[in-house]
Design a protein around this ligand. Structure first.
Ligand code: BTN
Length: 330
């Protein structure tokens, strides 16, 4: 669409003037189409000046997740090579899976300003208020045995920490397996879903969904999660641009996927450094039981190593783990 191309070009030269003629040549569209796109962008809140003989200059941009904002900084990335920016969707994971089933290519990223049916782990919902958070899902098609990708979501957790650090200047921590936390509050949830062909047990796709609390205040969280949830802006004490955050998260996912699965030692070491669960008293929760234990480490399969009060040890690969001092567990 011409408007997204014009925006992308103006953003690449933000603060500089570009003549209508140069833009029309570069983009292969008419000068009238350039002018129409500029007018439309102004109506959407972009501050674009124009002067005879000098052309158009972009001075200020609203914080909008749109293809024209993302394509420039994501040039050359496999993850983000196909983008779908929606205002409202039931769930970016569900949309990404729908597209995976009809053959969408690896690297597709679906982003939305709000989700009406955001999904979390264990059938829970993920609260996704409009324009406050970043909700995105990425499609991967690794040619691997499904049994070998169980650590994928842990790699994603490290990538999300990398992306937040690049965008915000602080590095959050990981609560095993893949909650991203800071100061005892959950900032990010990650949900990875897999498509399998049952006859051959072959992996069709992985869809990883990332939900980041970006600019929520306390009252933006529902009462039931108010004591557990936090946002990036609460940590920083200032608003965070979702577009810039999206770029850094997708770039970090792209770097991670280029190294997956061969650079396991690097991601394991980063995971261990980031993991706030190690050394903590934990509760291992199943549908019917709650067991106290102490988390002692992460093994080479990204499993949580625990020691029970009777001195026996175990490696936990799935399930829910509460960490003492977090999310109201005292
Ligand atoms: C969790 O903490 O239980 C996981 C939450 C995952 C939420 C994200 S938001 C983007 C993507 N779409 C969804 O419906 N879920 C994930």
């Amino acid at each position: 669409m011409s408007r997204e191309k014009v925006l992308s070009l103006l953003l690449a030269h933000q603060g500089e003037s570009l003549s209508g003629q140069a833009m029309s040549r570069e983009l292969g569209i008419s000068r009238a189409a350039v002018w129409k796109s500029v007018e439309a962008l102004r109506k959407e809140g972009y501050t674009i000046s124009s002067a005879t003989n000098r052309g158009y200059c972009l001075h200020d941009a609203p914080d909008m997740l749109r293809v024209g904002e993302l394509t420039g900084p994501l040039e050359g990335c496999l993850v983000g090579s196909h983008l779908l920016c929606l205002h409202t969707v039931d769930s970016t994971n569900t949309e990404c899976k729908r597209r995976a089933l009809i053959g969408a290519p690896e690297g597709l990223v679906v982003l939305a300003d709000q989700q009406t049916g955001g999904r979390g782990r264990l059938g829970r919902s993920f609260q996704s208020p409009p324009l406050k958070g970043l909700y995105l899902s990425a499609l991967f098609r690794p040619r691997m045995d499904p049994r070998d990708v169980t650590d994928f979501t842990a790699w994603v957790a490290v990538a999300v920490c990398d992306g937040i650090e690049a965008a915000c200047g602080f590095r959050p921590r990981i609560k095993w397996t893949n909650d991203i936390v800071m100061n005892g509050r959950k900032l990010v949830g990650i949900l990875t879903e897999m498509g399998l062909e049952s006859e051959t047990n072959s992996l069709q796709y992985l869809v990883t969904g990332i939900g980041i609390n970006v600019n929520q205040n306390t009252e933006d969280f529902l009462p039931e999660i108010r004591d557990m949830a936090g946002s990036l802006s609460q940590v920083l004490g200032r608003p965070v641009r979702r577009v810039q955050l999206a770029v850094h998260i997708i770039q970090a996912l792209n770097r991670m996927y280029a190294e997956y699965p061969k650079n396991r030692a690097k991601y394991l070491s980063k995971y261990r450094e980031d993991c706030v669960t190690i050394g903590s008293q934990v509760q291992l929760i199943t549908a019917t039981t709650r067991q106290e234990a102490r988390a002692t480490g992460i093994d080479s399969e990204f499993r949580l190593l625990v020691e029970y009060p009777d001195g026996t040890e175990a490696a936990i690969s799935s399930g829910e783990v509460s960490v003492r001092g977090m999310y109201g567990y005292v």
